[in-house]
Design a protein. Structure first.
Length: 165
């Protein structure tokens, strides 16, 4: 199945599946800082406002997505940020890796020089291992930087990678 997954830009008809996947991660409360759920209107605006929004598709089914956007403005505008979401039913199939790799290509196409993750939760060991395998470097640890859904605080680990070219 993994070899048949394509990563492409999102289409309007993808929005219901994308919103469900995004909201699933938000609802889990252990990885995304957002707390508000998206609906069709806010989701359409949110995904369209990004520099790029990509989806992972298999046989017409959306399994995951990513958003890419500037991390800052002006003199730091060459640094981008991204978020990734994979449906709980599709995890463990290397979809995240495909999303990150595509994101790096799109970031380069958009003229970004660095991709930085501001708030990778320390206990998100699967994502951290993936980022490190792909060459991201951890910048340090911010103690108690993320409030989990149950109210306790966990450390966050910022990561970055220089984008070639």
């Amino acid at each position: 199945m993994t070899k048949d997954i394509i990563i492409r830009g999102f289409k309007q008809e993808d929005l219901p599946a994308m919103i469900n996947i995004w909201n699933e991660v938000v609802e889990d409360g252990i990885a995304f800082p957002q707390e508000e759920m998206l609906d069709l209107e806010s989701g359409a605006d949110f995904f369209a406002s990004q520099s790029y929004t990509g989806v992972a598709e298999w046989n017409g089914i959306i399994l995951g997505l990513y958003i890419l956007h500037p991390n800052n403005v002006g003199r730091c505008g060459h640094i981008c940020n991204a978020s990734y979401a994979v449906s709980s039913e599709a995890r463990g199939q290397h979809i995240g890796k495909k999303l990150v790799e595509d994101c790096l290509e799109k970031a380069k196409e958009h003229g970004f020089k660095i991709l930085q993750f501001n708030a990778v939760v320390e206990s998100n060991t699967v994502a951290r291992a993936l980022y490190e395998r792909l060459g991201f470097k951890q910048l340090g640890t911010i103690p108690g930087g993320f409030r989990m859904k149950d109210g306790h605080y966990e450390n966050i680990c910022p990561y970055y990678i220089e984008i070639g070219g």
